[in-house]
Design a binder for this molecule. Structure first.
Ligand SMILES: Cc1cc2nc3c(=O)[nH]c(=O)nc-3n(C[C@H](O)[C@H](O)[C@H](O)COP(=O)(O)O)c2cc1C
Length: 335
């Protein structure tokens, strides 16, 4: 039934064997901020399991306040050689791999942000000064250069969930992110795929919304597209929810309508009970209906791939009864 999503996908600079994407998921298995052979094998198994494109876990740009964690992988000149085997392992299985570039900004403690963060009237995260803004900008640019040197097929800027780049969007500073996209584009060249992930929600407030109308969304997305973003990854927690009144389009659907750029949808696909039968809102039927009406080009899967590396292949071959169901415990383990 989902055959259309197993068709190859092509856009300038990128050819994918199908339309399934592994969503970025932090795994904290990179001691000293460098990915190990365990990480390579973890991604290789998902590639062998039929995923067309892997977006790695968020990977830190080289800035002292990017994150206090030393087991999250970093992407900079010093970790290029640690990433190369990860990239090779995935590409050998004929999948493609993007890295997600991440600075935790106001979510990290100690953190830094586009706007000060107050809790009970007390400033817990300061606003970055001009020098800090420049340093973080440079860290993303050198992360992008290292990404290309490591052989990644493209990169995704993490501008979602309340982290650093999202804090600039929410502060009305889309220009900062656009300048960054333009500089990265200059450094990696015109044919190199550049994705950007954004969201309404943040990890501190799952119900918050930064875009209340399609016009507000347009004011952010069009400048980003014009600056050089090729692919928009609209991070939602439930793909079937309409984003704005008077239309059933989801966030990816609105993004595609506004930008005409390739979009990725995501959010609880294959997680509800019986998603591949019936015609309910969370069903494969609904996913396909939205795909057919042109809401998105690619479909990202997160948690189901933690419990079952072969999820995609089982869906393709109609062996959904053999899928190992996701349980919250799978978020912690690392097979
Ligand atoms: C354990 C875990 C770690 C995650 N880490 C990241 C991350 O590093 N970057 C990111 O953009 N999203 C992250 N997410 C969000 C996922 O990419 C995805 O959007 C979310 O899980 C919804 O998709 P799903 O319902 O298919 O799991 C994470 C989610 C989980 C469960």
């Amino acid at each position: 039934m989902l055959d259309a999503l197993f068709e190859p996908y092509e856009m300038p600079g990128l050819a994918l064997p199908n339309r399934w994407v592994m969503a970025p998921m932090t795994r904290k298995q990179s001691p000293g901020n460098a990915p190990t052979s365990t990480v390579a094998e973890y991604y290789r198994r998902r590639a062998a399991g039929g995923i067309g494109l892997i977006v790695t876990e968020g990977s830190l740009v080289d800035h002292p306040l990017a994150s206090p964690d030393d087991d999250i992988p970093a992407i900079n000149a010093a970790t290029v050689s640690a990433w190369q085997p990860v990239v090779a392992a995935v590409q050998q299985e004929r999948a493609r791999i993007f890295i997600q570039l991440w600075h935790q900004g106001p979510i990290a403690r100690p953190g830094i942000a586009a706007m000060p963060v107050l809790e009970d009237g007390v400033e817990v995260v300061p606003k970055a000064d001009a020098q800090q803004e420049q340093d973080m900008f440079d860290a993303f640019v050198s992360g992008a250069i290292a990404t290309k040197a490591a052989g990644f097929d493209g990169l995704e800027l993490h501008a979602a969930h309340g982290y650093l780049l999202d804090s600039f969007l929410r502060a009305g500073r889309v220009d900062y992110v656009c300048d960054l996209v333009r500089e990265i584009r200059l450094q990696v060249g015109s044919g190199y795929p550049l994705a950007l992930r954004f969201s309404q929600w943040t990890v501190r407030d799952l119900e918050t919304r930064q875009f209340h109308t399609p016009q507000a969304l347009e004011r952010v997305l069009l400048p980003l597209k014009n600056a050089g973003v090729d692919i928009f990854h609209a991070s939602t927690r439930r793909f079937w929810l309409p984003e704005f009144a008077d239309s059933d389009l989801n966030l990816a659907g609105w993004t595609r309508k506004i930008t005409d750029a390739p979009t990725i949808t995501v959010g609880s696909i294959g997680l509800a009970t019986g998603p591949f039968c019936g015609t309910g809102p969370e069903s494969a039927h609904e996913l396909l209906r939205r795909y057919d009406q042109g809401e998105f080009d690619l479909v990202a899967i997160g948690r189901p791939l933690l419990s079952d590396a072969d999820w995609c292949r089982k869906v393709r071959d109609g062996h959904t009864g053999q899928i190992i169901d996701h349980t919250p415990a799978a978020n912690q383990i690392y097979p």
